[in-house]
Design a binder for this molecule. Structure first.
Ligand code: AR6
Length: 237
């Protein structure tokens, strides 16, 4: 029987601030909104073990499995997952890059799997196009979760493994799309970012960038959703 990780045991951004695992920055990109700090979580481990309404798969356009997290999810869900993908979404490439599709989770602890197809990074990539494809993976996955009455969703770091997307850029995109979505949507209670076991560098990137999108702010936080004017572009110094 695989491990089952309960959402309640996964630390929220608020808890990370409280135990000083992350710290506020002077140049936050979005304004503080305290209510969001209990809705965003960071977890290091295996996404296939998490008990949430939906986990996101970093899939390829065939939806028939592959390596990385895709292989792990298909393995843990069982062969019914690939069969469901074939039946629900027929064709050789049923999910184009930047899009996502939903299936049941079968033997997984999560009820659903949202298969998102991220862009493949290469030196000759058109950075704007691939950034918008990656953003679209997050946006569509979040919307699919809500459309299917999910209250909780867990994301792997889409495209940053086999597809080679630089982790810093990918993290900004993931956090920005999540902030915008949560600002405009009360139906989704929890978003978990999952760093794969052993990728400590990735965890540090998330710990560094979360405060830019989900700052703690001062005590008397005025709730606003617009990006802060004068927010710095360069947060990597
Ligand atoms: N739990 C959480 N995260 C994981 C797990 C896991 N069990 N396994 C890997 N990761 P990748 P991509 C992390 O390569 O870059 C497949 O063949 C991994 O450390 O899985 O989008 C597909 O079929 C990294 O941070 O996906 C596609 O062909 C993140 O998941 C292609 O790879 C994404 O890495 C997609 O490549």
């Amino acid at each position: 029987m695989p491990n089952r990780i309960q959402l309640q045991s996964i630390r929220t951004a608020g808890e990370l601030f409280a135990n000083a695992a992350i710290q506020d920055v002077d140049t936050a990109i979005y304004p503080p909104k305290r209510s969001l700090l209990s809705r965003v979580h960071l977890y290091q481990g295996d996404i296939t073990e998490i008990e949430v309404d939906a986990i996101v798969n970093a899939a390829n356009s065939t939806l028939q499995g592959g390596g990385g997290v895709d292989g792990a999810i298909h393995m843990a869900a069982g062969p019914a997952l690939a069969k469901a993908c074939r039946e629900l979404y027929p064709g050789r490439h049923p999910c184009p890059t930047g899009d996502a599709k939903i299936t049941p989770g079968f033997q997984l602890p999560s009820k659903h799997v949202i298969h998102a197809v991220g862009p493949r990074w290469s030196v000759s990539s058109d950075t704007q196009t691939i950034a918008s494809q990656l953003a679209s993976c997050y946006r569509i996955s979040l919307q699919l979760a809500v459309d299917n009455n999910c209250k909780s969703i867990a994301f792997p770091l889409i495209s940053t493994g086999i597809y080679g997307y630089p982790i810093d850029e990918a993290t900004h995109i993931a956090l920005k799309e999540t902030r915008i979505f949560l600002d405009g949507n009360d139906q989704l209670d929890h978003v978990v970012f999952v760093i794969f076991t052993g990728r400590n560098g990735d965890q540090k990137v998330y710990e560094k960038f979360i405060p830019y999108y989900f700052p703690f702010g001062p005590g008397d936080v005025a709730e606003s959703v617009e990006p802060l004017s004068g927010a710095k572009d360069s947060v990597d110094e």
